[in-house]
Ligand binder design. Structure first.
Ligand SMILES: NC(=O)c1ccc[n+]([C@@H]2O[C@H](COP(=O)([O-])OP(=O)(O)OC[C@H]3O[C@@H](n4cnc5c(N)ncnc54)[C@H](OP(=O)(O)O)[C@@H]3O)[C@@H](O)[C@H]2O)c1
Length: 274
């Protein structure tokens, strides 16, 4: 087993979107490393089921806060709830997010607004609200605190057929890398995680099927990428999950931009949709 540098034992980690997929994976991994958890998403029973599982397996104390982070006042409600319970967050995993498949002209405007609200506005507001806690924890207990933001390989180039999603993830990558720099002297571990397609409920929610020609990443693989990044003495500003995705992300930045947009558009819009 590789050397564990990131050690959140005795701290509290907040995972958004913990009711499914990658979020549940982050909660399990953080609990296994000794953190207590705040679990949030809209589906309360799922969160409570996960809390019971983590208590049984690891003795984790979980606080379940079910709410809609995309709704007006959602982030403020979460932050007020944390304050009223006197919970200081040491690790924040901004994981909740979703995509909308199809051309913009056909999309439901209300759904697009919700997507930007969750993927961009809530992530930004929650990070701003909790960053002082993260920095405080990182100073008090070195290598115990982290900010993990879920970007995507969609962050590296425009994504015709999921235009808003690609743009929100480009924002997450840019925002996180800037914070990586701003906080570099604090010891806080800051990174944007960029998976390619992962086997979760993501595609069902987006209204499309994943490309059947390519194997999906597993949640476990994305956890390995994330915690390998956190276990580095110097955590990188972003980490891509999957070798093929790492190569493609690197290539996208070197090819003529028009060719990249054309290629992604052909691939994405001719792909099978549900
Ligand atoms: N799967 C992929 O292929 C892939 C690839 C790259 C990046 N990502 C990113 O990874 C993150 C996790 O996605 P996933 O693959 O695990 O998808 P998922 O299984 O669909 O999980 C999404 C999570 O977000 C929560 N969520 C959605 N809307 C919410 C809202 N309004 N308020 C609060 N929570 C909300 C969902 O919980 P509730 O429905 O219970 O609220 C769920 O727990 C996302 O940011 C996604 O963009 C995924």
């Amino acid at each position: 087993m590789r050397n564990r540098v990131f050690n959140p034992i005795g701290t509290v980690a907040l995972v958004t979107g913990a009711s499914s997929g990658l979020g549940a994976g982050y909660a399990r991994e953080l609990a296994q490393r000794g953190a207590d958890l705040v679990l949030t998403a809209r589906r309360q029973e799922r969160l409570e089921g996960l809390a019971v599982e983590l208590a049984e397996k690891y003795g984790t104390v979980s606080t379940v806060i079910p709410l809609d982070l995309a709704a007006p006042g959602g982030v403020a409600e979460l932050v007020n709830d944390l304050h009223s319970r006197d919970i200081t967050i040491g690790t924040l995993v901004n994981n909740a997010g979703f995509a909308t498949s199809g051309d913009l002209v056909d999309a439901d405007p209300a759904r697009l607004a919700e997507e930007v609200s969750l993927n961009v506005a809530a992530l930004t507001a929650l990070t701003r609200a909790l960053l002082p806690d993260l920095l405080h924890t990182s100073r008090a207990q070195p290598a115990s605190a982290a900010l993990v933001n879920l970007a995507s390989t969609a962050a590296f180039q425009p994504v015709p057929g999921m235009a808003v999603y690609g743009a929100t993830k480009a924002y997450v990558l840019s925002f996180t890398e800037a914070l990586w720099y701003e906080t570099r002297a604090s010891g806080l571990k800051v990174t944007a995680i960029c998976p390619g397609a992962v086997d979760t409920e993501f595609f069902e929610v987006a209204g499309r099927r994943p490309d059947s020609r390519r194997a999906l990443l597993t949640v476990a693989e994305v956890m390995r990428t994330t915690f390998a990044a956190l276990d580095r003495a110097s955590t990188p500003p972003h980490a891509v999950s999957g070798l093929r995705n790492t190569v493609l992300a690197g290539v996208a930045g070197r090819l003529p931009h028009r060719a990249v947009v054309n290629a992604v558009g052909r691939m994405n819009r001719s792909g099978p949709t549900a």
